[in-house]
Design a protein around this ligand. Sequence first.
Ligand code: SAH
Ligand code: SF4
Length: 397
Amino acid sequence: MNIADSEEMAAHLLERGYVPTENLDEADLALINTCTVRDHAEHRALSFLGRLRKWKRENPARIIIFAGCAAQRLGEKLKKTFPFLDLVSGAKDIDQFAQLLDKSGLFHAEKAQTPAGQKSVTGYVTIMRGCDFKCSYCIVPSVRGPVQCLPSAEILKNATQKAAQGYSEIVLLGQTVNAWKEDGKTFADLLNDVSAVKGVERVRFVSPHPIFITPDFLKAVENNPKIARHIHLPVQSGSTKVLQEMKRGYTREILLEKLDALKERGFAISTDIIVGFPTETEADFQQTLSLVDRVHFSAAYCFKYSPRQGTPAAEMTLFPEKILEERLDILLNKVKGLAESAYRAQIGKPVQILMESPTKGRTSDNFWAQTCQTYPVGTVVNTEVLSVEDTLLLTRD
Ligand code: SAH
Ligand code: SF4
């Protein structure tokens, strides 16, 4: 989501004469797009901002913009700690970013620049903003606001433009992306419509919520090979009790049903897990470990619970850091080999590789693969997996 938001903000800077650079020393402007989902993420953004103090002093004409979710949470008070900061633009204001730039008086009419040639095959299309859930640990609803679904006409226009620019993989984005709806239209309909756009070879989506893995969605997937056979589905915990306290809206049993349905349809599943939610007992933690054993995720991102000010869970008593660290270590050890075994399980299977370079690309289930021959970037190659090197499939083509 932040990549897509950054691209959107960068487009307004291109219109004002700026071009991107990898080199801070030659930059005239720094746009920092931030995350606040965990304290660590916010902390990193703020320490980067702190390091820009010297950069700004070297040339006071330089402009610094602090944007995104941490900017939304901390607001204008950031300027007290970082007086050299020029503009603060919260995540909710992304639609008004252009007006904010104009109102600031910092930008003068310059020749609009054309975007640099596309570097990847993946184009991001935001289909909804905000979140209507109230997971008790999560700050996202308060910094991004309630759900606003973008109209399908706008989404299709955006996807068509992206495909025409050569992006053959479209990633649909939203905090609960599969909750997208419009009068009479479901997320499944939207997946079918986007995959029918000329030039689109593959459609992915991030982040889905388990409760919207519906029969309607499963049917769409069965009939449409352009919908990727990989899903990043955050489970957060394997314990019904913790899931209820997290207000996730599903139990372990419902979750397992959904995960099994996805597996039956050939999906590789990656996930997010939070360790050390304040009420997590040893037995709850064991439930999470057993879920990991049972599901064989292709990857699992494990996060130490981070209290976020203003969320209901932040009022609960934390348990000792030592236990938290121990649990995280145990879980990390368990998930360490997941990717390797998921890769090994691909040997002998037919795969469709969307080429990202002449000899390398990703399969529909999101594994990296290397071909013997060369192919045009953005095309799909049908072949079979011959062998595996760590986390790279080698094919028979
Ligand atoms: N909308 C997505 C998640 C967005 S936040 C969903 O509901 O699945 C991305 C990930 O950050 C979450 O999946 C969760 O694992 C993690 N996360 C969110 N809040 C957290 C917190 N307070 N502490 C630790 N991890 C957190
Ligand atoms: Fe946060 Fe829950 Fe919304 Fe995901 S669904 S963004 S975890 S509140």
